[in-house]
Design a protein around this ligand. Structure first.
Ligand code: FAD
Length: 507
């Protein structure tokens, strides 16, 4: 929007934005704005050390690296500064019952020059009993299982080239890093508690007032105040769509421990009687948590169960957390955008919350409004964000509903529940011939759904007829050679810990 247009009566551009909250969400928003709009948009951020942050978001997914690249941040410097480790996927234990294991690998599962859909080739071979397990073709899984790591893009034309990866990060160090980044680029931080939010007659937010009387009046506000949802919820009254009837877990307890042994390059998610527990290995310590349903377990029981299972001395006291899986009815309303926990939360099984923050920021900057905040722009933003949340919701529910576990009331409730129609349809389609409907810009691509369905024992009744255009005999022989080549190559790679020590040593 040009200044001239503003003079002609059109809305002027946004010149000043205030972010309320300085958790991971607030500082990601500040860093992105400062990087892309330094000198054009003035950014203020209010946070309160007295209130603090949730600070347990420590497992990320591959697009996180695009955020770093987009900010021009060196990945290895970031890994060093946050004591991060590499993550090749998530290992699930005991979900289908004691001893059952499956894995959600990042990146490809098998690639063949003469087949667009590797899964279908594999399915035909597996039906004839002629194929190694699906995960034998997933380079990220092969590295994770062996405790090895190499940056896939540094190994082009090798069997691991299709792997992808993310990071395990220390949430407090990430916030510190992003804060430094944003402040160096002109973001002004205000320490204080927002005690009042004043609105204009048209319902837009006018200013926030701090406990010491300071007030900040700007064109646009970003609500990153966490579960408090101070602006979007408390002030504008935008409701919350509650999905806790599908995602039963609503509590967590988190504790950090000393490292015992080298950090594995994946997040571990172990099923529990009323939920699951995580292990997130960093270079200097391990994050642990127990996510559970308060309708099926008490806080004391959940804490005791976690402490009983962690390996290594605890270095923090257990931290209890409460949440409701769901999404804000409109993440952007009037002149308030909400990000992070203020805009919604899907329980952390697939570590998607931080991703949704910069995904929201990416959409917002694509639709950046003028000072009138045209509602059509907000509508389009909200449509996309809701679709993202629904996609993740379905993906997470899939882990619970297909386990077949009936040993506790919690698992019986998961298996017996009526699914969201979108997920029920997806499972039905897959059972026919492996068909997977993909969104235009999905977070979880077909391979992720295939890995989960296969891991949880869902096998399509038939493969797609088009596969018969590829001759079976030679292709099936090629499969065995491919799996062997991947395993052989992975054996030559450095251990994850050795890779970290060589490329990203602790500061
Ligand atoms: P918060 O961290 O709560 O920050 C809120 C900010 O608002 C703080 O700075 C606070 O001081 C400020 N504030 C609040 N009220 C006021 C006020 N009145 N005045 C001034 N300031 C105020 N995400 C992942 O991506 N991966 C994971 O593995 C993961 N695991 C999780 C596990 C659990 C159990 C939970 C609950 C969340 C997890 N998350 C995870 C989510 C992740 O922790 C959050 O998405 C992320 O930390 C962003 O939080 P936030 O910044 O929105 O909120």
């Amino acid at each position: 929007m040009s200044g001239d247009a503003a003079k002609d009566g059109a809305p002027g551009p946004i010149r000043r934005i205030c972010i309320v909250g300085g958790g991971t969400a607030g500082w990601i928003a500040a860093a992105v704005l400062a990087h892309q709009y330094q000198g054009m948009i003035e950014v203020d951020l209010v946070e309160s050390d007295d209130i603090g942050t949730v600070g347990v978001g420590e497992s990320t997914i591959p697009p996180f690296l695009q955020l770093l690249a987009g900010l021009g941040v060196s990945e290895s410097e970031f890994v060093m500064a946050t004591q991060a480790s590499f993550k090749l996927g998530i290992g699930f234990e005991d979900w289908g019952g004691p001893g059952h294991r499956y894995f959600h690998p990042f990146g490809t599962i098998g690639q063949m020059a003469n087949a667009r859909d590797f899964y279908q080739i594999w399915l035909r071979a597996a039906a004839g009993g002629e194929a190694p397990p699906l995960l034998a073709f997933a380079p990220a899984h092969a590295m994770a299982e062996a405790g090895k790591f190499m940056l896939p893009f540094k190994a082009p034309d090798t069997p691991i080239a299709g792997a992808s990866y993310a990071l395990h990060v220390d949430a407090k160090r990430v916030a510190r890093f992003l804060r430094g980044f944003a402040e160096e680029r002109g973001v002004t931080r205000h320490e204080g508690i927002v005690t009042e939010v004043a609105t204009r007659p048209d319902g837009f937010v006018d200013r926030v007032i701090l406990n010491d009387g300071r007030s900040i009046a700007v064109d646009f506000f970003i609500d990153c105040s966490g579960f408090r949802a101070l602006l979007i919820g408390k002030t504008l009254g935008v409701g919350y769509t509650d999905w806790s009837h599908w995602l039963l877990c609503d509590r967590a307890v988190a504790v950090q421990t000393e490292n015992v042994g080298p950090p594995p390059p994946y997040t571990l998610a172990v099923a529990q009687p009323a939920g699951w527990r995580w292990r997130i290995p960093l270079q200097h310590r391990t994050g642990n948590g127990h996510v559970y349903s308060s309708a099926h377990m008490s806080e004391d029981e959940a804490t005791a169960l976690l402490l009983d299972q962690v390996v290594g001395e605890t270095v923090t006291n257990p931290l209890p957390l409460r949440f409701t899986s769901g999404v804000r009815e409109r993440g952007w309303d009037k002149n308030v955008l909400s990000l992070g926990l203020a805009s919604g939360f899907i329980e952390p099984l697939e570590s998607t919350a931080i991703h949704l923050v910069y995904r929201g920021m990416e959409y917002f900057l694509r639709f950046l409004p003028g000072t009138d905040c045209a509602p059509e722009l907000a509508d389009e933003y909200n449509r996309r964000v809701t679709a993202d949340y629904e996609e993740i919701r379905d993906f997470v529910i899939l882990h619970y509903c297909l386990t077949g576990r009936r040993d506790t009331a919690f698992w019986r409730a998961c298996v017996d529940m009526e699914l969201p129609p979108s997920l029920a349809q997806r499972i039905a389609l897959f059972r026919i011939n492996g068909t997977i409907p993909e969104h235009v810009d999905p977070l979880f691509r077909s391979v992720s759904w295939q890995a989960l369905m296969d891991g949880l024992g869902v096998r399509p009744r038939a493969y797609h007829p088009a596969i018969d255009r590829v001759a079976a005999g030679e292709v099936n022989r090629e499969l065995g050679a491919m799996a062997d080549a991947l395993a052989g190559f992975v054996a030559t790679l450095p251990a994850h810990e050795a890779f970290l020590a060589r490329h990203c040593p602790a500061p």
